[in-house]
Structure formats: structure tokens, C-alpha cells
Design a binder for this molecule. Structure first.
Ligand SMILES: [Cu+2]
Length: 160
């Protein structure tokens, strides 16, 4: 009887340790590199960029983002229109295929920070949480940098 109880306890321990290992693996499935946010003024809009790698064998997608630094956060895609001007289109999600990567960069996908609650100055850090379809949310600490050679307004046309 004692032996069976011990077996059960061992089995339970084994199960819980497996579960926690799996959690850590989930955390490593998505890797974020070279994240930065464009410097901007309080009350205006900002944007954050990064490279995301999906190291799992399961397709995923970014389905949104949130940050306490802005009134609202959206996922956008900047596109060149036929007349040569840029437009931004709100995206429901950004695909992140298994084993693939996606780059959020000026003139393409970006995390749009709408209605900044504070100035974003070079050297600051802001917290942005990414939400995924198939993975837990990821909290990022993103450094603020001045966009080089883009002037104040930026090529994404970050106007409301
Ligand atoms: Cu935008």
C-alpha cells in the first residue's frame, strides 16, 4: 500500500515537472530581436519595430499588442499607394509561420502606439506586450531610438 502511494506521488511530481518544462519551451518558441520604438512626443503617435522568429513547428500569428505608454495600440501595415504616398492599414493579425520570421520595420508592419501618454525620448524604455494566437503573451522592454534620416514625421505617416 505504501509503495503504491509513493508511486502515485512520484508520478504526480513527474507530471508537474513535465508541465513546467513545457511552459518554458513555449516561452522560447517565439524569439524577438532588434526591437526599438521611434522617438515621439506625448499626445502624438509612435511606432515599434522588431524581428520575430517562430522556432516552433506550429504556425502562429500576432493578433495584437498593448502598452501602458499609449491610449491604444494597433497592428499596422504601411504600403505605397499608386500615387507614391504611404498609407497605413490596420491588420487583424500578422502571420508568423512555423520556422519562419517576420520583420516589423519602417514602411512595413509595425506596432502602432496611438495617443502617447508620455514623450518617447532616445534612451527611454517602454513596455509593450505582444499577443499571439497560439502562444502566451510576451512582455517586451523596448528601447526608444531616434529614427535615422526620416525627419520628425517619419515615412509611415504617423498621423491619425
Ligand atoms: Cu501605423
Amino acid at each position: 500500500m505504501k509503495k503504491i502511494l509513493l508511486m502515485l506521488i512520484l508520478a504526480a511530481l513527474l507530471l508537474t515537472s513535465c508541465a513546467s518544462n513545457e511552459m518554458q519551451m513555449v516561452g522560447r518558441d517565439i524569439e524577438v530581436q532588434k526591437a526599438w520604438a521611434r522617438s515621439a512626443l506625448q499626445g502624438g503617435n509612435g511606432a515599434a519595430y522588431m524581428i520575430l522568429q517562430n522556432r516552433s513547428n506550429e504556425d502562429d500569428s500576432i493578433i495584437g499588442a498593448s502598452s501602458s505608454a499609449a491610449e491604444a495600440v494597433e497592428i499596422h501595415l504601411s504600403q505605397m499607394k499608386a500615387d507614391g504616398t504611404m498609407e497605413m492599414i490596420r491588420q487583424e493579425s500578422i502571420p508568423l509561420p512555423a520556422g519562419g520570421e517576420v520583420e516589423l520595420k519602417p514602411g512595413s508592419y509595425h506596432v502602432m502606439l496611438i495617443g502617447l501618454k508620455q514623450d518617447l525620448k532616445a534612451g527611454d524604455e517602454i513596455s509593450v506586450t505582444l499577443h499571439f494566437k497560439n502562444h502566451p503573451g510576451m512582455i517586451l522592454s523596448i528601447p526608444v531610438k531616434d529614427a535615422e534620416g526620416m525627419g520628425g514625421s517619419g515615412m509611415d505617416g504617423h498621423m491619425p
